[in-house]
Design a protein around this ligand. Structure first.
Ligand SMILES: [Zn+2]
Length: 159
């Protein structure tokens, strides 16, 4: 059975800034009010016959979202970003453009990019693992990271 949480109605949101190096318009720092949709598939189990507890799923998604919220998201594995420092201030160069940001304003992510596609993968892996840890008998977690309303990327993590 599959259960679905619609992020805009369930208030699964975060706001963050990012840039997509070398992209014509997205290469400049800009922000999104992200909305996270979740679908969880698995066996019904336990005392209540749930696939997974909606409250637990929302808690897990909100915990992850809160780490990204109001941060500049920086992908550490991006070959186009030349890092000078990641301590006290985050300093890097992209095609001659120099950035220096306070560490507390940034979240450094072990990702190649902070596109909606990469963030969907990031969330799906984490939500899948956390729900498994909590004992849910799930077979897959699908996440859609919406960059605002009307455009988003889906990723499904399964066994
Ligand atoms: Zn963007």
């Amino acid at each position: 059975m599959k259960i679905v949480i619609n992020g805009i109605h369930a208030n699964l949101r975060f706001s963050a800034a990012h840039m997509i190096p070398e992209h014509e318009s997205c290469g400049c720092i800009h922000g999104h009010s992200y909305i996270v949709d979740v679908q969880v598939e698995g066996e019904r189990s336990g005392k209540f016959g749930f696939v997974a507890d909606f409250k637990e799923i929302k808690g897990v998604v909100r915990d992850i979202s809160s780490t990204l919220d109001h941060k500049v998201l920086i992908p550490l594995q991006n070959n186009l970003i030349n890092f000078k420092s990641t301590e006290s201030s985050v300093e890097f160069v992209i095609q001659g453009k120099e950035y220096k940001l306070p560490e507390e304003d940034c979240l450094l992510l072990d990702l190649k990019s902070t596109s909606a596609e990469d963030l969907a993968e990031y969330f799906a892996e984490k939500v899948f693992d956390k729900l498994k840890e909590k004992g849910a008998k799930i077979s897959s977690v699908e996440i859609c990271i919406n960059e605002g309303i009307g455009q988003g990327a889906f990723f499904t993590k399964s066994d």
